[in-house]
Design a protein around this ligand. Structure first.
Ligand code: COA
Length: 147
């Protein structure tokens, strides 16, 4: 359902998941970007970043706003898991904000389990305060799934 691209990244989609253009551009240099298209329009994206010989991290995932809540995000997470498996990784990791309730639900529904908390990750690395669901986003919840 997805294909890899190496140029003309869908930046506006990537920024939906990560407001830091600097960090996005940084991990695009080292990671693999997969897109999902419908009628020639890119409506979904995710980025897999190798972190250690055995592990890969899902560092960005986004679905265009008008296509959200239709199952595409879940299909993309499952596609990312399959790609990681096919590339021989033993574990896939993901991190999300303590305030990202929907994303925490999505990853756990796809088999990820919480492994830890990177306290103050967002407070330290992001200039603007992030608030979602009425909750200040300061900590990163780390999740992982064995492949
Ligand atoms: N409680 C319980 N389950 C919830 C939930 C909540 N508050 N919010 C979402 N979910 C579940 C949905 O019910 C669905 O599970 P189901 O299929 O078992 O019902 C699942 O999470 C995801 O739904 P889906 O329609 O596949 O998601 P989506 O296409 O809207 O994509 C995102 C999800 C996060 C990729 C999309 O909303 C997005 O692009 N958001 C902006 C970018 C972003 O935040 N990226 C992630 C950064 S960590």
């Amino acid at each position: 359902m997805t294909r890899i691209i190496n140029e003309e990244y869908p930046l506006s989609l990537l920024l939906l998941a990560d407001p830091s253009e600097k960090l996005v551009k940084e991990y695009l240099k080292r990671g693999q970007c997969y897109i999902f298209e419908k009628d020639d329009e890119t409506i979904g994206v995710y980025v897999l970043l190798p972190t250690r010989p055995e592990s890969v991290e899902l560092v960005n995932i986004a679905v265009a706003e008008r296509y959200q809540a239709k199952g595409i995000g879940k299909a993309l997470v499952l596609d990312a898991i399959e790609q990681a498996k096919q590339h021989g990784y033993g574990i896939i990791e993901v991190g999300t904000g303590n305030s990202s309730i929907g994303q925490l639900a999505l990853y756990q529904k796809c088999g990820f389990r919480i492994t830890g908390v990177d306290r103050d990750f967002f407070t330290i690395h992001y200039e603007e305060e992030i608030v979602e669901n009425g909750i200040v986003c300061g900590d990163m919840i780390r999740l992982a799934k064995q492949l």
